[in-house]
Ligand binder design. Structure first.
Ligand SMILES: Cc1ncc(C[n+]2csc(CCOP(=O)(O)OP(=O)(O)O)c2C)c(N)n1
Ligand SMILES: [Mg+2]
Length: 329
């Protein structure tokens, strides 16, 4: 049986399907948002699919992840049900947080997803805590914290890296460097070019990956997971990538140089086109087979939208439930 980077055909198909699910989910959600059908804010991760799927391919179902305000891709890559995710965006009762979280606070404990998070950088502390719990209990799990280039300037990140390093915690700090923090280019918000350099100051092994090449991200994450499971973590991975949309849907993105987004959408950079070329180039899949998988995903997304729309709206009073632990006061 042919493979690519030691990944079976079955695994490669799963990776391709997940990348398509993320892309199509994000484009559909943006369309619904622009039509006024979704409440709140929406920060799509279209363009960053490889960075999410590459890491998730290297970890197990039981492992923990924490994510960000731009977290749909991580949640999809970890395997959360698309129907329940879409219902959550619609703030409906069948959503994965019963409509109480919305796009920026999706969580799914059944998949080890500790939550999306609107507080930039805060997810690094959650993953570090989960890694500490895993180490103490000896359950063999590892944790991954996804965060952005802007987040690594936050105190949360530095405190987490330090404590994870001195205690050798099994946590992967997975930075998706999409080159902007809101409207601020990386050039203006930090001195070094590579975020991976931040690891050196903490004695943390650090890798830089081509964040638009899912196989490169996978390879770095595979090594990182191995290091963590041996008790020699933490590890930092910087995936260099680009977000297609502005910071949020509706951001005109005037801070970007002309032609930059188009260049990242071109065939040499675009993560899905690149993965398709790798799969077809190796003779593992034909273009027609890949088209069929893409079209199957399109039907799943349509189904998720229909499910989300049909679900019952959550009532406002529900926001006050689950605030205090029963019997605590
Ligand atoms: C602690 C905190 N500071 C500031 C903000 C406002 N804010 C929301 S997203 C964002 C930029 C984050 O940039 P980055 O970490 O690169 O993530 P990206 O949006 O590029 O995915 C900022 C400053 C916030 N939500 N939380
Ligand atoms: Mg960023």
């Amino acid at each position: 049986m042919k493979d690519l980077n030691g990944l079976s055909k079955e695994k490669l198909e799963e990776m391709y399907v997940k990348m398509e699910q993320i892309r199509q989910f994000e484009l559909k959600a943006a369309e619904l948002y622009q039509a006024g059908e979704l409440p709140g804010f929406l920060h799509p991760c279209a363009g960053q699919e490889a960075a999410a799927v590459g890491v998730m391919t290297a970890i197990d179902q039981d492992d923990y992840i924490s994510t960000t305000h731009r977290g749909h891709g991580h949640v999809i890559a970890k395997g959360t049900d698309l129907n329940r995710m879409m219902a959550e965006l619609f703030a409906k009762k069948d959503g994965c947080c019963r409509g109480n979280g919305g796009s920026m606070h999706i969580m799914d404990r059944s998949r080890g997803i500790l939550g999306a998070n609107g507080i930039v950088g805060a997810g690094t502390t959650l993953a570090t805590g989960a890694a500490l719990a895993a180490k103490i209990s000896g359950n063999g799990r590892i944790a991954v914290s996804f965060f952005g280039d802007g987040a690594q300037n936050e105190g949360f990140f530095h405190e987490s890296m330090n404590i994870a390093s001195i205690w050798n915690l099994p946590v992967i700090f997975a930075c998706e460097n999409n080159q902007y923090a809101e409207s601020t280019s990386q050039k203006y918000h930090m001195r070094p070019d590579d975020i991976a350099q931040r690891g050196e100051g903490y004695g943390v092994k650090s890798f830089t990956a081509d964040g638009n090449d899912v196989l490169d991200v996978y390879e770095k994450a595979r090594q990182a997971a191995e290091i963590c499971r041996k008790g020699e973590g933490p590890v930092l991975i910087e995936s260099k990538t680009y977000r297609w949309f502005g910071h949020y849907v509706g951001d005109p993105g005037i801070y970007r140089p002309e032609g930059e987004a188009e260049m990242w959408k071109g065939p040499e950079k675009e993560p899905i086109a690149r993965f398709r070329a790798q799969l077809a180039g190796k003779g593992l899949f034909t273009e027609e087979e890949l088209d069929q998988l893409r079209d199957q995903v399109a039907r799943q997304i349509e189904e998720a939208v229909a499910f989300g729309k049909a679900s019952e709206p959550q009532v406002p009073e529900f926001a006050l439930e689950n605030v205090y632990e029963e019997g605590l006061l």
